[in-house]
Ligand binder design. Structure first.
Ligand code: GLP
Length: 228
């Protein structure tokens, strides 16, 4: 695991954007795993106007269950707002789990298969939950997990309450699994801010435990952690 420490969120975002842009220049058909949340916003802002993204393929890591793209708290709305509406990517090449699919379990199987059909993830960016979650893989998730429906913890729902009226965050979500993430050829994790410092220290400590999902990344050959 490689570590890069930045003195500000802006520097971290600029570096992450550079990785994003250079990887696409190297392989215009790159398959990207993409995160949501506050942390990657600065990276997305800097990617806009900088890359020709016409041929990339994207898979988002997760989506809330029970809300549609019209809901401002959905990750589908987030991706339109922060990235997809600003770049030339072909909409048919962008993928986000469908949180309102009539059969959510079938949707998970379909999503996992779509990633496999695309040849697996090439470069995956991850955020970090305060409790160490990656995607929506909460503490206790087996490292062998695949795309599935999960129950969100109280602390995760609290941390993400901002865009939900009355703080009513959905109780469930679809997330790609830890095994799916670990199959990505390259992984870049972004973590910034005071609320993440405990999780960053725990990751740096090297403990490998399913109680701390991000620690699964210690078993991967090409992980870079960017912190600020
Ligand atoms: C959510 C997302 C994660 C993300 C995490 C951190 O729970 N499902 O993929 O990494 O939040 O978000 P933030 O960057 O807002 O702290």
């Amino acid at each position: 695991m490689k570590w890069r420490e930045f003195s500000s969120y802006d520097e971290l975002s600029a570096h992450a954007a550079r990785i994003f842009i250079e990887a696409i220049r190297e392989n215009p058909k790159l398959v990207l795993g993409l995160p949501t949340g506050r942390t990657p916003v600065g990276m997305y802002e800097r990617v806009v106007n900088e890359c020709s993204c016409r041929d990339i393929v994207t898979f988002n890591l997760d989506e809330y269950a029970g809300i549609s793209c019209d809901h401002p708290g959905s990750y589908c709305a987030y991706m339109q707002q922060h990235l997809f509406s600003h770049i030339d990517v072909d909409a048919s090449r962008t993928h986000i789990p469908n949180g309102i699919a009539p059969d959510l379990d079938a949707e998970c199987v379909r999503y996992e298969q779509a990633i496999a059909n695309a040849g697996g993830l090439g470069l995956t960016f991850l955020g970090l939950g305060q409790n160490g979650h990656i995607g929506f893989n909460e503490p206790g998730t087996p490292f062998s997990s695949r795309t599935r429906v999960v129950e969100l913890t109280h602390s995760t729902r609290l941390a993400n309450a901002g865009l939900f009226e009355g703080g009513r965050v959905p109780e469930r979500a679809i997330t790609i699994g830890i095994a799916t993430i670990l199959e990505s050829k390259r992984i870049v994790l972004l973590a910034s801010g005071a609320a993440k410092q405990d999780a960053i220290a725990r990751l740096r400590g090297g403990e490998v435990s399913e109680e701390f999902p991000a620690s699964a990344l210690h078993g991967h050959r090409d992980v870079t952690v960017l912190t600020a």
